[in-house]
Design a protein around this ligand. Structure first.
Ligand SMILES: C[S@@+](CC[C@H](N)C(=O)[O-])C[C@H]1O[C@@H](n2cnc3c(N)ncnc32)[C@H](O)[C@@H]1O
Length: 315
């Protein structure tokens, strides 16, 4: 399985012919909102920025397999531009996914507080070559009386994936500097990429991320047995990605989310898990780890997860 990160400008990389076709792209560019980036100007003029997005989307389109997909994430206020960019570069619109935030919205005096980000899902050609209908089983509402025997299909509103905010609720998933600050303010949750990759690819497919950031797409793709290629302009980010891929941190381990998809048909095919021997080897490996390199609580949780996986083995 190939998992590669290249330090480059994604447009230049694509112009120079990537020599392979992509089956799925996750595109999470800088949002042009004046954020501090080491190797990128996040305050372009509107026309410069959207012209750039158009060129990148067209290049990706040219290197996408027939029926392949793109998921383009942006702020909701830019929805019309995202749809226009995708439409004018040949993509067929499929869904506007509303990724609803869990943390509270910033209040506004003259409009409703903004509480979601958009992810436009589009394909090359009318029909996706792969679309796996995922089933999840979110907690019942107080008005709902009976358990769902088969869970429910994932819709275009995703309200069960927590964003990686600053502060108390961020948890351990954000990569951090020694002083505790987040390494990268735009790190996406692995749970988000898990859903996208599971929905629009099969094992062995090529997943592409032109703005890799901290490498979340590659981290999820690797665990789901998809090939992945990430392009990132910033050398510090590239170093972090290499480190992150080398050893999957407990918080990056997507196994803990598998249970929420158990009602999905053919889950073992789109998300293969270890054989019993691989699980035993992993447990042995974890047992051998020094207590001071991993905290003991996370070892216990990880062991418990692996034990649980025995129930999901492919026959
Ligand atoms: C919004 S972040 C992506 C975050 C990513 N989804 C993650 O989970 O970490 C955008 C990234 O694009 C990178 N970037 C900016 N301009 C670029 C370019 N021309 N080519 C490649 N990467 C670029 C930035 O350095 C930044 O890390």
């Amino acid at each position: 399985m190939r998992c590669e990160i290249i330090q480059a400008d994604c447009e230049q990389f694509l112009i120079q012919d990537p020599s392979e076709m992509f089956d799925l792209t996750f595109m999470d560019p800088p949002f042009n909102q004046g954020k501090e980036y080491q190797s990128h100007d996040d305050e372009m003029s509107e026309s410069e920025y959207w012209g750039w997005m158009k060129r990148v989307c067209k290049l990706i389109y040219d290197y996408t397999s027939e029926g392949g997909a793109i998921y383009f994430m942006q702020r909701e206020k830019n929805t019309q531009f995202v749809l226009e960019v995708l439409n004018s570069t040949g993509w067929t619109f499929q869904n506007l996914i509303v990724w609803r935030k869990k943390s509270s919205a910033v209040p506004s005096n003259y409009r409703f507080g903004k509480h979601y980000q958009i992810i436009a899902f589009a394909t090359k050609g009318k029909k996706p070559r792969v679309f796996n209908k995922l089933r999840i089983d979110p907690p019942l509402l107080v008005t709902e009386k009976y358990n769902r025997p088969n869970g429910m299909f994932v819709t275009d509103v995703w309200d069960d994936i927590r964003e990686l905010t600053s502060g108390y609720f961020a948890g351990d998933e954000p990569l951090r500097l020694n002083n505790g600050d987040r390494f990268h303010k735009q790190q996406s949750p692995v749970q988000l990429l898990t859903r996208i990759i599971l929905s629009s690819s099969i094992t062995g497919d090529n997943v592409f991320d032109p703005f890799a950031g901290t490498g979340t797409t590659l981290v999820a793709a690797k665990q789901l047995q998809r090939n992945s290629l990430g392009i990132e302009i910033d050398t510090d980010n590239v170093s972090i990605i290499k480190k992150r891929l080398y050893e999957v941190r407990y918080t990056d381990d997507i196994l803990k989310y598998r249970e929420s998809y158990l009602h999905t048909e053919m889950l073992d095919d789109i998300w293969p898990v270890y054989s019993i021997n691989e699980i035993r080897t992993k447990i042995d490996e974890i047992n051998r780890l020094e207590i001071n390199t991993y905290n003991s609580k996370s070892i216990q949780t990880k062991l418990a997860l692996l034990e649980k996986q025995k129930n999901y083995l492919i026959k």
